[in-house]
Design a protein around this ligand. Structure first.
Ligand code: NCD
Length: 363
């Protein structure tokens, strides 16, 4: 059995396989319409969602399966204080596969460690990861650009809390000829675990700037993101940064004619609606790609669930009970019985990170 918590749980070959199945589904949907007959997907959404939840549900229905679940924590037993692990033990009695979104980072990993039968899909954990959005993005890029290599990718907006950005950087860093331009205010730069563990470690060329205008001309892909209001501890800070970037037709004058403009959506103000009619705007097509790649993912994980071995989420050199995670967004901050575990992220610098949220160990 395999769960999907981090995009790196899938090899490049597995991702290629998912993309080709998704393309086949687009061409021949009828071939897949009964593939999940009798199967149930549970959507456990402890945090708001439109596209992710509905595309998962549409995906399961188009495969001939059924869906159950909840779309807000207040309507489930979490409101009564139930732990993630207990919820998952119970869901294993009712569903064959689970998509989980949670405001606390690492909650889907807790679920994946606890599940007995049903694979777990991380549908977004706090400001950490969002692997199925990344699969969506990869399908969109491969369909629009015809390749996943040799691209200059601009990521713009809230690169600190934008979980889609973290997973996309990790995924794209495995292809050749990738260069990133990271466009954000100083306060919203990518977190250290992305910069150090992915970009620096792999020697991926990247450049950080606050200016969208300066970056635009060299980009093949411009990935706009929303400033993540719900993850700010200070509302004042959010208000100060919220309209940092607004993409409009005037800014696009200097862009390449085959630029691919992406956004995981929802947008707040980051892309003017005047851009929607530009042939380079790919974001609505991106939302459609989300359904097809999730169909391919459900098929793959259900197929692999036949293999009863539990997925291994044991990291090498894990320290248990030595450090305490200080990240208030980590699942360990609300689940008292969860043991704090730190993995050795960088043996040379002796840096340990929380296995749930990647926060560094502090003494
Ligand atoms: C994103 C998310 O939830 O992280 N939305 C999505 O899943 N398509 C982006 C966002 O909320 O800004």
């Amino acid at each position: 059995m395999k769960s999907l918590i981090d995009i790196l749980d899938l090899s490049v070959e597995e991702i290629d396989g998912l993309i080709s199945v998704a393309n086949d589904i687009i061409e021949n949907p009828e071939k897949y319409s009964e593939k999940c007959k009798g199967k149930k997907l549970a959507t456990l959404f402890y945090e708001p969602s439109t596209r992710t939840r509905l595309s998962f549900e549409a995906a399961m229905y188009e495969l001939g399966g059924n869906v159950l679940g909840f779309s807000e924590a207040s309507s489930s037993s979490v409101a009564k204080g139930e732990s993630v692990a207990d919820t998952i033990h119970m869901i294993n009695c009712y569903a064959d596969i689970v998509a989980m979104r949670h405001p606390k980072e690492g909650a889907p990993l807790v679920a994946a460690k606890a599940t007995e039968r049903a694979p777990i899909i991380n549908a977004g954990d706090g400001g950490h990861f969002h692997p199925t959005q990344t699969l969506t993005d990869l399908l969109t890029i491969s369909r629009h650009k015809g390749r996943l290599s040799d691209l200059t990718i601009g990521l713009c907006g809230d690169l600190k809390f934008g979980r889609t950005v973290h997973s996309l950087i990790a995924a794209m860093s495995r292809y050749s000829g990738i260069k990133f331009v990271l466009i954000s205010p100083q306060e919203l730069r990518v977190p250290e675990y992305v910069r150090e563990d992915v970009l620096e470690k792999k020697g991926i060329p990247y450049f950080e700037t606050a200016s969208l205008e300066e970056a635009i001309p060299e980009l093949d892909i411009l990935y706009m993101t929303r400033i993540q209001r719900e993850r700010f501890s200070s509302q004042e800070e959010y208000l100060r940064l919220k309209d940092s970037y607004i993409l409009d037709p005037e800014k696009l004058v200097s862009a390449k004619s085959d630029l691919c403009i992406m956004h995981p959506l929802p947008r707040v103000n980051e892309i003017s609606t005047r851009v929607d009619s530009d042939p380079r705007a790919c974001y609505f097509d991106q939302a459609l790609c989300g359904k097809y790649i999730r169909m391919a993912l459900i098929l793959k994980l259900l197929d692999e669930a036949k293999d009863k071995t539990k997925p291994q989420f044991e990291h090498e050199g894990v320290l248990k009970g030595v450090h305490t995670c200080k990240n208030p967004r980590c699942i360990t901050s609300i689940e008292q019985e969860l043991e704090h575990e730190f993995r050795l992220a960088d043996p040379e610098k002796n840096i340990y990170r929380c296995v749930y949220c990647d926060a560094p160990a502090e003494d």
